[in-house]
Design a protein around this ligand. Structure first.
Ligand code: AVJ
Length: 323
């Protein structure tokens, strides 16, 4: 049945709900309106994101998998790690490619999936422990914006932050994130980072404005999350999905546009949010990178780039950097 798994909890559901309330108050009651992309991922949102990863227009997931398939062995060898930490571990499908490569070398002792969803994490931790006998699975329930200092210590660690999720951070919080992460690492510990790359705006646009409308449903779903968690009364039909590429910032910006002037009740906050017709609620930014920029940002945090791999089409990159 595999080894028992350890689960370390830093975030309780009540705290998550309190954080949502606080953010909703600040992000919905003023202007410009903005919410953190983390609220997109309730059960239905996670399912919709999973559907997105299989869309013909959404290349990042396939490209990153291609890179991992080609280079997992290099990553295991170059990192020399005995502990693999995965931030925002998600479905851990790509993780398996890494676990296999580390396993082949008999190198890995510990796997640390780090995610906000406790139920989800417990389930996948148990599965992995069963699939990889001898591997100690130590799951950490936390928010990587707040609990990075709780990364388990000891051994030689490789922190994997895949999928291009780093793109959800704007430049200033991203610099802080790299700083905090690096501060918790020891010399020789590594970071494996997935970044989506700047490319034609047509292809970038298509990836976030798919023909089947899955991304639109994913975006609008955040309103159902607010309705449920905040006892709100958003009318999902009264908002339209938009995801333009912002050239100046080099990011895709997911928005919900209010189709009319409306007042939305936020029951749990005892407040109302006012929307003008055409008013924008920003739900996510997804930054796109160039190699020199990634290298410079890592270097600024004291992480030196050791390897840079892209898929054959040059659409997505994996970087390996060391403290
Ligand atoms: C999971 C943050 C990498 O930015 O591409 C997909 C999320 N948003 N379609 C991304 C997302 C809209 C995705 N990340």
């Amino acid at each position: 049945r595999g080894q028992p798994v350890t689960v370390e909890v830093h975030t309780r559901p009540e705290e998550v709900r309190a954080a949502l309330r606080e953010e909703a108050l600040a992000g919905l009651c003023g202007s410009p309106k903005e919410l953190s992309p983390k609220w997109l991922y309730d059960e239905r949102g996670s399912q919709l994101f999973d559907d997105i990863t299989r869309l013909p227009e959404y290349y990042p997931t396939r490209c990153e998998r291609e890179i991992l398939e080609a280079h997992a062995a290099d990553i295991a060898r170059l990192s020399g790690a005995d502990t693999l930490i995965e931030l925002g571990s998600g479905t851990s499908e790509k993780t398996r490619l890494l676990l296999e490569a580390f396993g082949t070398r008999g190198q890995l002792q510990r796997f640390v999936p780090f995610d906000v969803s406790e139920t989800f994490l417990r389930r996948s931790a148990r599965e992995l422990a069963r699939e990889y006998p001898g591997l100690h699975v130590h799951a950490v329930v936390g928010d990587f914006e707040r609990h990075l200092r709780h990364l388990p210590r000891g051994g030689r660690r490789l922190v994997a932050f895949l999928g291009g999720t780093i793109g959800n951070f704007k430049p200033a919080p991203r610099a802080r994130f790299f700083q905090e992460l690096a501060a918790g690492l020891e010399p020789g510990d590594g970071l494996l980072l997935g970044t989506d790359l700047i490319k034609s705006r047509t292809r970038l646009f298509a990836a976030y404005n798919d023909r089947a409308g899955v991304t639109a449903a994913f975006n609008r779903n955040v309103l159902s999350v607010l309705n449920r968690e905040l006892d709100a009364d958003f009318d999902l039909k009264a908002f339209e999905h938009q995801a333009p590429f912002n050239e100046k910032h080099g990011w895709i910006e997911m928005r919900l546009i209010s189709l009319r002037t409306q007042v939305v009740r936020l029951g749990a906050l005892k407040r109302f949010a006012q929307f003008e017709e055409g008013e924008v609620l920003r739900t996510e930014v997804s930054c796109k990178f160039r190699s020199a920029q990634v290298e410079a940002e890592l270097a600024a945090a004291g992480l030196s780039l050791a390897a840079w791999w892209t898929d054959a089409g040059g659409d997505f990159a994996l970087s390996l950097a060391f403290k």
